[in-house]
Write a protein that binds this ligand. Structure first.
Ligand SMILES: *Cc1c(COP(=O)(O)O)cnc(C)c1O
Length: 434
């Protein structure tokens, strides 16, 4: 399989190069040269396959022989090493709980898969890679954990001081070893801007091999398809009709992976992109105009994205045919007030505690099902509520327990390097570290 640059289809690379580089020239995203179809029998008999086998079937066409099959199977075993249950919330809406991984975030799957592929590709090189990420809280933990203690890789994470939750901060700052946490006196936007400056700084790039670990990277994007396969495996045990699938969306990597799985032959009824007040895509569906904006801060902060970078991949999947896309995908925008109200309501009616991101999805799916009676579906539960305690406790008016699995983490000591939102300080840190 080759991958071409969406900004310049002449640039074609293999899986390895796409994984190491992250993106192509002019910051173009890589895209597979064809959409490999699932074997029909495989889809019909999903329930008979183990999760690891499903993941292997899903991924092998994208990697071919670039990773030997026994190595790929090991990578997969470490990637899907936790349960991903589909649970009923009410008669019509279920939730695929993607937050049972090591950092309680759905990004664990993509981060673990990517980190291990990268580590495999770098094993025979003396080149050390520095993964540089800015996080509003959730991505950073999954990336830190995914790359922890992997040889040849260092991770530098920038996060905004005092603006991530206690669980998130511990996840970012207590690992040590090859993981460095920079606590920035500033906002998430400041962190992102510092990272961007580093990527375009000649001096830094001449001395360090920098790469990013965001969802633009195909090795993080593609494995997310398995959520949809594993969900369907469970869905078909009690349902006849394909599901409406609702995905809390920020950068649109996750839903784009779902749409890819669908176009490969996975039966689905419809997709919903659930957005918070950052409504660039809902506006696009209304007007046909894609107008990026500055991101607004909301309670579902992992979706505070003003220029969703994976959306170009969705357009490519649908050959830029707006009408075909609109037939398969709808988009909703849910504000903070409605998010809180939804968490309260679902807790009172069904004793289920949603985190703010999953709540945005629940409210969106509920609205769609009202407009389209007779259908059923599920939302993707992208984070554990304990990572967003302020919003959730306000909504359910009770303290949420930190799961026992986090007790050890919460006792660990935070280690950070504090910097100002000043590129010179980041530059000096990166060069001195080297
Ligand atoms: C990253 C994230 C999202 C958004 O996923 P995208 O692939 O960027 O659309 C949603 N919810 C949570 C909790 C996240 O961390």
């Amino acid at each position: 399989m080759k991958y071409y640059n969406l900004k310049d289809s002449q640039e074609q690379v293999n899986f390895k190069t796409a994984t190491i580089q992250g993106q192509g020239k002019r910051k173009g995203l890589f895209f597979p040269e064809n959409i490999p179809q699932f074997d029909e029998k495989f889809i019909q008999n999903l329930s008979q396959y183990a999760d690891e086998e499903i993941t292997y079937e899903c991924m092998k066409a994208f990697i071919n022989d670039e990773i030997p099959s026994e190595v790929l199977r090991n990578i997969i075993a470490e990637t899907v090493s936790f349960e991903i249950p589909l649970k009923k919330i009410n008669d019509k809406i279920s939730i695929l709980e993607l937050f049972h991984g090591p950092t309680l975030a759905f990004k664990d799957v993509g981060a673990r898969f990517m980190s291990r592929c990268l580590s495999y590709f770098l094993k025979d090189q003396d080149k050390k890679v520095t993964v540089l990420v800015a996080t509003s809280g959730d991505t950073g933990g999954a990336v830190a954990d995914g790359f922890y203690d992997l040889p040849g890789i260092e991770v530098v994470i920038l996060y905004p001081k005092n603006r991530v939750s206690p669980v998130q901060e511990k996840q970012l700052t207590t690992l040590g070893k090859n993981i460095y946490a920079l606590e920035v006196n500033g906002s998430f936007d400041d962190c992102q801007s510092l990272v961007k400056q580093a990527f375009s700084n000649e001096e830094i790039n001449s001395q360090l091999f920098l790469t990013s670990a965001n969802s633009i990277n195909i090795a993080r994007w593609l494995p997310q398809q398995i959520y949809y396969l594993l969900a369907l495996k469970q869905w078909l045990q009690s349902e006849e009709e394909p599901p409406v699938i609702c995905v809390p969306s920020g950068n649109f990597g996750n839903i784009c992976a779902g749409l890819l799985a669908h176009l490969r032959g996975l039966p689905t009824e419809h997709f919903i992109a659930a957005c918070n007040s950052n409504d660039i895509i809902p506006q696009y569906f209304k007007t046909g105009n894609f107008i990026p904006k500055k991101a607004l801060a909301t309670l579902s902060n992992a979706m505070d994205v003003g220029d969703p970078s994976n959306f170009v991949r969705i357009l490519e999947l649908f050959n830029n045919e707006f009408d075909t896309l609109k037939n398969k995908v709808s988009a909703y925008t849910i504000d903070d007030q409605k998010t809180i109200h939804t968490i309260t309501d679902v807790y009172e009616k069904h004793q289920y505690i949603l985190d703010p991101h999953s709540a945005v999805a629940f409210a969106s799916l509920e609205q769609y099902l009202k407009e389209n009676p007779g259908k059923k579906g599920f939302i993707l539960g992208t984070a554990h509520p304990v990572k967003f305690p302020e919003a959730v406790e306000k909504a359910v008016k009770t303290k949420i327990e930190i799961p026992a699995s986090l007790n050890d983490l919460m006792k660990k000591e935070k280690k950070t390097i504090e910097i100002n939102s000043d590129f010179e300080e980041l530059r000096r840190f990166l060069l001195d570290k080297n």
